[in-house]
Design a protein. Structure first.
Length: 185
């Protein structure tokens, strides 16, 4: 079976998938009454080891909301690869909605190192943006669908924790990465 790690939108649903969508039980999702959405949220939360999940209709919306929740108003900065979606494919939405500056790292195939993050973290200074959030994209869509090795992610997260940074995973293709690497979500 061929796995497309480049995109989460180019795969065509099979007939079985289409039948499942057409037959899915539905309800008012805004009131928590859609059993299909509720099961999806619970399943993904379980896969990722989280207490709860939230379904959003697009990856762009997920990134924009996550950035806004992670940063404070007035001078925070997000560190991410220059080829990541919030930089090149989301029309500036995450920056506009969160009010954050986006600091671009020049990673290898969309994957930067802990040393690059360490160098990018700004010292406290009232005239500089506050480095607040690090964002990684798994897989690296516009950098060819490369998978971040778990060890490299762990090193980046350790550096983020060292500096009390928050971390965001743009995981639109996370399960593609799991299929390619054999590492659980």
């Amino acid at each position: 079976m061929r796995v497309n790690l480049y995109s989460d939108t180019q795969t065509r649903p099979t007939e079985g998938m289409r039948r499942a969508m057409a037959a899915a039980e539905v309800g008012d999702e805004q009131r928590g009454l859609d059993p299909t959405v509720t099961r999806l949220q619970e399943r993904v939360a379980g896969l990722l080891g989280h207490e709860r999940g939230l379904f959003l209709p697009s990856g762009t919306m997920c990134n924009a909301i996550a950035f806004r929740l992670h940063v404070r108003e007035g001078g925070d900065e997000v560190v991410l690869d220059r080829t990541s979606h919030p930089i090149v494919a989301e029309a500036g939405g995450p920056a506009a909605i969160s009010g954050a500056m986006l600091a671009q790292l020049d990673g290898d195939g969309g994957r930067f190192t802990a040393a690059q993050l360490e160098e990018a973290v700004r010292p406290p200074d009232r005239y500089l943006p506050r480095t607040r959030l690090v964002s990684v994209e798994q897989t690296t869509n516009l950098a060819g669908g490369r998978v971040w090795p778990l060890e490299q992610l762990d090193e980046v997260l350790a550096t983020a924790r060292k500096h009390s940074l928050r971390a965001h995973l743009d995981g639109a293709r996370l399960l593609n990465a799991c299929a390619a690497s054999g590492v659980e979500a």
